[in-house]
Design a protein around this ligand. Structure first.
Ligand code: C5P
Length: 223
């Protein structure tokens, strides 16, 4: 009972860019909803005690066969969905692990690595170093400057932290009326460092139709 992990699996977005009627996290990928792919990895993990699936009640029926799943309602912004999930997290959780349901290709070694670092440092997130030259543009669409790519990382999920750090981050965000894009930004508000954990670029978030093609090709490749 020493290391209970609660997962908040975010499936509350309404992005219908890939298909007009169903949000991307519920489209069928290799015969099951996109969200079920990472959910099954968490369900099988011995240290995960519960999975708070943040999604519209209309989709609950897709996930009732999983024994660790509990539900929370989505909020307007991503951070509101995380906040709603956090309200349902058990009081005995040692670590909260937030994951985008739209990232179905999370691997077991990457999950274990980010959990391990979060246990040591209190907060950790999967990320990959920037692969391309990055430039900032001005309002006219011209290049303003070139960024130092060696210091820039792309953030992925899971992003893991102790429940206390997340709560402190939310309190500060609310106080400052601040919108944040991920949990790392919440922890940053507290001043607590967040450990970057090298992940795989296969843990991409399905956003475009090209991502969808890549995802289905990956599933064929691994079947
Ligand atoms: O929209 P985006 O792809 O950045 O969302 C990342 C993840 O957060 C998705 O899995 C989406 O379902 C979830 N989300 C949510 N609640 C929101 C917005 C997004 O759970 N209000």
């Amino acid at each position: 009972m020493a290391n209970l992990i609660s997962v908040i699996l975010l499936a509350g977005g309404s992005g219908m860019r890939l298909r007009g009627d169903v949000p991307k996290q519920f489209l069928l990928l290799k015969g099951k909803p996109v969200a079920a792919h990472s959910l099954e990895l968490f369900e099988a993990h011995p240290d995960v005690s519960e999975i708070i699936l943040v999604c519209d009640v209309a989709y609950h029926a897709l996930f009732t066969t999983y024994s660790k799943v509990r539900f929370a309602p989505p909020g307007e912004r991503r951070q509101d969905s995380v906040f709603n999930g956090l309200q349902v997290v058990s009081s005995d959780a040692h670590l909260v692990c937030v994951h985008d349901a739209a990232r179905p290709h999370l691997s077991q070694p990457d999950l274990d690595a980010v959990i391990q670092e979060a246990r040591i440092y209190g907060a950790a997130a999967l990320a990959t170093p920037a692969r391309y030259t990055l430039r900032e543009r001005d309002a006219q669409g011209n290049i303003r400057c070139t960024l130092d790519r060696s210091q820039i990382w792309e953030m992925h999920t899971p992003q893991c932290a102790t429940p206390d750090l997340l709560k402190q981050g939310f309190a500060l965000a609310q106080e400052k009326n601040q919108t944040v894009t991920d949990e790392v930004a919440l922890i940053e508000l507290t001043g607590h460092p967040v450990k970057l954990v090298l992940g795989s670029s296969l843990n991409f978030k399905i956003t475009t139709s090209d991502d969808w093609k890549l995802s289905t090709a990956l599933c064929q490749h691994t079947s």
